[in-house]
Unconditional design. Structure first.
Length: 287
């Protein structure tokens, strides 16, 4: 890697200057809201817990505000950006700090090749993912990464507040749903901070949260030899399809009626009451 230049994160005046000088405007179609506050991006890098010797991949690097804060920690940073109009500027801003800039759509990337983990996407030192995610891709991307990229050991994502609540929700919470169960299958999650709208360019109309997800070191929370993830999440999705109804109704034809007693779950229970272990028992029943 080329020697790093001194890292200076982007202030609001610098963000506005870069946009104007390059004839750029944030893309509404891509949900672009650039962080323009050095204190915020440094706080995110600190919450990610990365430093020298760590490998970090950032999704949606934009102008490089967070990218530079991550590089400032001494971590090895790979920055992914889908917007071809931003890429030359991102390279100009981030590459002098030793960052590898990659053009691509995070939803369709060959992650195994990108991260150097071999055909199965595993092996070698783990990666840490940090991202400022637009609303329309946040949930599918987090789920795809948890399902298919085991080389990523943890994620720190900035998302719309409601999305963050769903990712981190536990049983009994109004925000708890199929996505929450998916996250708990693969790891633990919690909201670790809030980000005010005032630090973005342009200013969004929603509040943002920082969610940290750490993959279970021992593998999924439910043993896949007892019930595979396809079967498990078919049951989970069916259960939450009508979350206010009792499971004996929503799961009719999906699980055997005897599964409730075998799994020690009342037929009158509702989806939001079951933790990941209970979903696993229910889905794994075979008469």
């Amino acid at each position: 890697m080329a020697p790093r230049h001194p890292v200076v994160t982007l202030s609001r005046p610098r963000v506005l200057e870069l946009l104007e000088a390059n004839g750029l405007r944030p893309s509404r179609a891509l949900g672009q809201n650039f962080v323009a506050d050095p204190n915020t991006v440094r706080r995110i890098a600190r919450l990610a817990g990365v430093g020298p010797g760590d490998r970090v991949v950032e999704v949606g690097a934009g102008l490089g505000s967070l990218t530079l804060a991550l590089a400032e920690t001494g971590a090895e940073v790979t920055a992914i950006e889908i917007d071809r109009h931003l890429l030359p500027l991102l390279s100009e801003v981030a590459e002098p700090a030793g960052v590898r800039v990659v053009s691509g759509d995070a939803l369709t990337l060959d992650w195994a090749t990108l991260l150097g983990g071999g055909p199965e996407g595993s092996g070698g030192p783990p990666w840490h993912l940090v991202a400022n995610l637009p609303y329309n891709v946040a949930t599918p991307l987090v789920c795809d990464l948890l399902d298919g990229v085991p080389l990523i050991s943890d994620l720190l994502v900035m998302v719309q507040r409601e999305v963050g609540e769903r990712l981190a929700a536990g049983p009994g919470s109004a925000a708890y749903g199929a996505v929450s169960v998916k996250v708990r299958y693969w790891g633990t999650a919690r909201v670790v901070g809030k980000v005010p709208a005032s630090v973005f360019v342009p200013r969004p109309n929603v509040e943002s949260s920082l969610v940290r997800i750490v993959r279970h070191p021992g593998g999924p929370a439910v043993d896949p030899t007892l019930v595979g993830p396809d079967r498990l999440f078919r049951v989970v999705r069916a259960g939450f399809a009508h979350r206010r109804k009792m499971l004996r109704g929503t799961l009719a034809g999906v699980v055997d009626p005897a599964a409730f007693a075998a799994a020690q779950i009342p037929e009158t229970a509702r989806a939001e009451e079951l933790d990941i272990a209970a979903w696993g028992r229910l889905a794994s029943f075979h008469p």
